[in-house]
Design a protein around this ligand. Sequence first.
Ligand code: KG4
Ligand code: ZN
Length: 341
Amino acid sequence: MRILAIETSCDETAAAVVADGRQVESNVVSSQIDIHRATGGVVPEVAARLQLETIIPVIEQALEEAGAEWSGIDAIAVTAGPGLIGSLIVGVETAKSLALAKGKPLIPVNHLAGHLYACLAHEDPFRFPYLGLVVSGGHTELVLMPDHHQFELIGSTRDDAAGEAFDKVGKLLDLPYPGGPEISRLGAKGDRTAIAFPRPMLDQDNYDFSYSGLKTDVRREVAAKRLTAKRKADIAASFESAAVDVLVAKTTRAALEYAPSAVLLGGGVAANQLLRGRLQEALDQAGVRLLVTPPELATDNAAMIGLAAYWQHDEALTGSSRLSVSADPSAALSSPAGEPA
Ligand code: KG4
Ligand code: ZN
């Protein structure tokens, strides 16, 4: 089964062709990073307008790179939420129009499910349950996955998402947008023990996270003394270490409690080497496998939506039910995508 997948939940315009939930035949991502760099972040109206201009060429390129004709496409999958409303609408309405015009079933997919399935591209056979950690610009969620497309939320952020904290600290340190990769690069050169930032909520008996206090501490540290290149690197290194430690400790604790067959690490922040390394070490000690998203599928892309969609293709919509799919900016992982939480 060959699925054409479309993803426009934030500032990317992406399309991919995925066969049988495993083979990524093409994966085209048109990024707007250069444009949003000028404004230091994503301006939603600008993102949606650019997506409207690029969505059709991106889909055509994904088909061409896969060597696929419309006749060889069995279904169309699209991210229905969560994400920016204007951006989601571009993808959802395009997918609906194409599904009707080309006579294809339509599969609405949850963006966070996509991040988790990106970790499972090479898992064969599946061994449920999994424990998933989704860390992105908009989410920090720890979920239990007892079966395909079943998710039980066991913890999430109380305020900022992990990626959001990286991006805000990047801004405080005058680094280009997005801050995550920049902090990592700079942090690798700094002293991780230079500043003893707190590990928020580490000792609390729950699986929730909080990043806004840590961000305030970084702001205070930045204002305290002159920001030399060395101090900048030390702040980045110490912040990264604190942010990562809490994710690793809580995820490992949950892995010991729920005994999953593996932990899945997905979302843009899964590209972070310190997080990957420390989580691998902790899970090795706990005797639990770690399945990390391949780097090319870590930040937003449509291949992950095609991978996730395959495992829910028996719920694909046909006929006029395809018209009922709508963008849902706050879609929860634990309820079916496209339906209210
Ligand atoms: O999943 P994603 O592409 O978009 C959302 O769904 O939000 O995640 C983007 C986030 C951004 O906050 C970005 O700074 C962060 O992922 N990110 C990183 C790294 N690469 C991307 N954060 C830390 N370290 C990285 N290497
Ligand atoms: Zn994402």
